[in-house]
Write a protein that binds this ligand. Structure first.
Ligand SMILES: [Zn+2]
Length: 322
């Protein structure tokens, strides 16, 4: 077996790790885009270190674009294997990859206008919204904690990693001529204190572990401090100064956490009814997918749901205690 690290090594985006088994099977763990370096990133994303049509499977830890964003590009380049992930990751990818395709098309249009002024020929977007929609036919959703036999020599299991809706640690069992090797791949790991999601579960023992270390050298801010600060700012801006609360967010996960916190402030009587605008069609669509997967929420959210069946809906359930 050979393992190659094709991204997220020495940097934090572009997660892609290629496993080639002794049987010649090629399995890619995550298929993320490089992000954040402008034109240089586009070139890095277009470079292929193997032929996508040779790839048998992509196994996906979660839907964030730096872990999933190149699947439509590989599809466009001939990849027709399977993309295996949890059900929630599949549902989120359906909207997030299409949105990414839309952005690629628009960015390229703008870029081509500039090129035309210099007399240069137009370039094609790395992939389009259509490519992103078509690649969804390759997705296979699996429930967490169930072992899926992919073929005679390959099994996979997903264990909740608490990082975003649907995120999971992948455990891959590879049988090579009777020798079993278990590979653990964490993707991004969540924290126990997530407002919505269950804390990460312990994943099975493995022979080799591939892991991220993005926040390995940092201490996170205390949860209560962040909540108090949010409430103070919203009360000052929207209640005292009669301002508007606009959330111009494209972040999946964080947006829903903020909406949930605001909803709890209403329920606890700490905030009155104020209009809130989430300025992102993607975030609004993602909220619908969160609603479809309430079973993945933590005990605290389940408890809130006993009195408030939709904690991601901003209708207030209590009046303000002044
Ligand atoms: Zn992530």
């Amino acid at each position: 077996m050979k393992i190659q690290f094709l991204g997220a090594a020495g940097e934090v985006t572009g997660s892609k790790h290629l496993i080639t088994t002794d049987h010649g099977k090629k399995i890619l763990l995550d298929c993320g885009s490089f992000q954040g370096k402008g034109l240089e990133t586009d070139q890095m994303n277009r470079e292929l270190s193997f032929a996508p049509e040779e790839l048998d499977h992509i196994i996906l830890t979660h839907a964030h674009i730096d872990h999933s964003g190149l699947i439509p590009y590989y599809y466009k380049q001939g990849f027709r294997g399977s993309v295996i992930c949890t059900h929630a990751t599949r549902d989120l990818c359906a909207i997030m990859l299409a949105d990414s395709g839309f952005i690629q098309e628009h960015d390229t249009q703008w870029f081509n206008k500039k090129r035309a002024r210099k007399g240069l020929p137009p370039v094609e977007p790395i992939y389009t919204q259509k490519d992103a929609q078509h690649c969804m036919e390759l997705f296979i959703g699996v429930a967490p904690n169930r072992k899926l036999q992919i073929d005679n020599n390959l099994k996979v299991k997903f264990t909740n990693s608490g990082h975003m809706l649907g995120s999971a640690v992948v455990t891959l069992e590879v049988d090579e001529m009777g020798t079993m090797t278990r590979i653990g791949y964490t993707g991004d790991i969540g924290r126990p204190g997530n407002y919505l999601l269950r804390p990460p579960d312990a994943f099975p023992q493995c022979d080799y572990l591939i892991t991220e270390s993005t926040y390995g050298d940092r201490l996170h801010q205390d949860k209560q401090g962040a909540e108090d600060e949010l409430l103070r700012i919203v009360k000052y801006t929207c209640v005292e100064k009669k301002g508007k609360l606009i959330i111009p967010s494209f972040a999946i996960g964080r947006t829903q956490e903020v909406v949930y916190m605001l909803n709890n402030f209403y329920n606890e009587g700490k905030l009155p009814r104020i209009p809130i605008y989430v300025d992102s069609p993607l975030a609004v669509n993602a909220t619908d997918i969160f609603r479809m997967h309430y079973d993945q929420f933590n005990a605290e959210v389940q408890q809130v749901m006993e009195n408030d069946t939709d904690p991601l809906d901003l209708e207030p359930c209590a009046t303000l205690k002044m």
